[in-house]
Design a protein around this ligand. Structure first.
Ligand code: SF4
Length: 401
């Protein structure tokens, strides 16, 4: 694992961004320059969208509530299903709480024509997930909905972390949905998505956001190495249910199956010292790179990630952030039928394309958001295991004593 230390001199040649200028002008201690996973995705998708919305740029947020997101509601529910502190509890106790979490997420969303339909669909998907997941779960959940942060490397040097001209550390920030440990005490980053159709194998292999999450996890919980990623997909149009759901769990453990949290000394209980020597020795010399199985409406794809792949995520993020910091960066729109219809900046963007001034639209329908990513507090976030983060300190600000 490569660690990066903060450079003592800014070498990025960039101007401070809008947000950091605000801080500098206020005379406050400079904040860290945080690039969120969402901001990074936005930068790669469309620079105009990123410029308007990113926390390091204009950080505009729509006043209208966010539209309903079925994947988000299902994740909220499964965060309770896999909550490590309740993993040993009886299904009869936990499943009502899972349903309640789903309903709470639905209730928090603004009314829309899709919300009621998605309520029925999400309820059905969850019930079928409860029936089928025990037949494939072969792990113990370690942590869910965990915030991670990692120093972004300065790719122009060997072991230096990137900092801005004004001395801000550059951090990559993400929230990792779930990390689980298998029978060999290997760690897996797990994601759940509701999808219209199964993703192509390549798109999961090339899912750079989840690989970046593996890297950021390892940088946050020093000493842990992530073996790979598990992608659970739930079909929006689930196949007809077979006559009978499986009655056996994958591991033979009753109830929700999986592995127990109560195995002695580890197996997913303490971070990061949970790798038991006998389990490490028992690991296969070379694991299957991709393993996929379908269970009812659920498809699980397990991808073993190579060390080089996880470590290259750091270099890629480093290169992208250098672009973000470049004062000469061109900010242009990248329109596409796949992402523009759901873009919150669609109306001002169209106005700009037509040569209109979007100021009034932006002033009346948007407000300035926070300077750092803000995630909804979730049950179990930052829970069992403790945070083992030890980021190096802030580099001295040039010109300061
Ligand atoms: S509408 Fe499309 S082109 Fe315009 S800012 Fe949004 S994503 Fe970019």
């Amino acid at each position: 694992m490569r660690m990066y230390i903060c450079g003592d001199e800014s070498q990025d040649g960039s101007d401070a961004t809008n947000a950091s200028e605000d801080i500098a002008l206020s005379g406050l201690q400079p904040m860290d320059y945080r690039v969120s996973a969402e901001g990074r995705a936005s930068f790669k998708r469309c620079r105009r969208q990123w410029d308007l919305g990113a926390i390091t740029r204009q950080r505009l947020q729509p006043l209208d509530p966010e539209p309903f997101d079925l994947t988000r509601a299902v994740r909220d529910a499964l965060a309770v299903y896999y909550y490590p502190g309740m993993w040993e509890w009886q299904s009869a106790t936990v499943l009502p709480l899972v349903r309640k979490a789903f309903m709470r997420s639905i209730a928090a969303a603004p009314p829309s024509e899709h919300r009621m339909a998605d309520l029925d669909l999400g309820t059905e998907l969850l019930e079928r997930y409860f029936a089928w997941a025990p037949s494939v779960d072969d792990f113990a959940p370690l942590k869910i909905e965990t915030d991670v942060e990692a120093l972004v490397p300065d790719i122009r040097t060997s072991d230096q972390a990137l900092s801005t001209r004004s001395g801000e550390r550059v951090l990559y920030a993400d929230r990792v949905e779930m990390v689980a440990a298998d029978a060999n005490d290997e760690y897996w980053v797990v994601t759940h998505s509701v999808v219209p159709e199964w993703s192509g194998g390549e798109s999961l292999l090339l899912d750079e956001a989840v690989v970046a999450a593996c890297w950021a996890w390892e940088q946050t919980f020093l000493g842990m190495q992530v073996a790979g990623t598990i992608h659970d997909e739930l079909l929006r149009t689930p196949p007809d249910a077979p006559e009978k759901s499986p009655t056996q769990t994958r591991t033979g453990r009753p109830g929700r199956g999986g592995l127990s949290q109560n195995e002695p000394s580890g197996g997913g209980r303490l971070l990061p010292q949970s790798e038991r020597a006998d389990r490490v020795e028992g690991r296969p010399a070379s694991g299957q790179p991709i393993h996929q199985e379908v269970a009812g409406p659920l498809r699980r794809t397990r991808i073993r990630r190579r060390r080089a792949e996880i470590e290259s995520a750091a270099r890629q993020i480093g290169a992208e952030v250098l672009d973000m910091l470049d004062p000469g960066l061109s900010v242009y729109p990248t329109s596409s039928p796949s992402h523009c219809p759901s873009c919150v900046f669609l109306a001002p963007c169209v106005a700009m394309n037509e040569g209109e001034d979007p100021a009034l639209e932006l002033a009346t329908r948007f407000r300035q958001g926070p300077l750092a990513p803000e995630y909804e507090p979730r049950l179990g976030a930052g829970g069992a295991g403790g945070r083992n983060v030890a980021l190096p300190g802030r580099p001295p600000t040039p010109g300061s004593p």
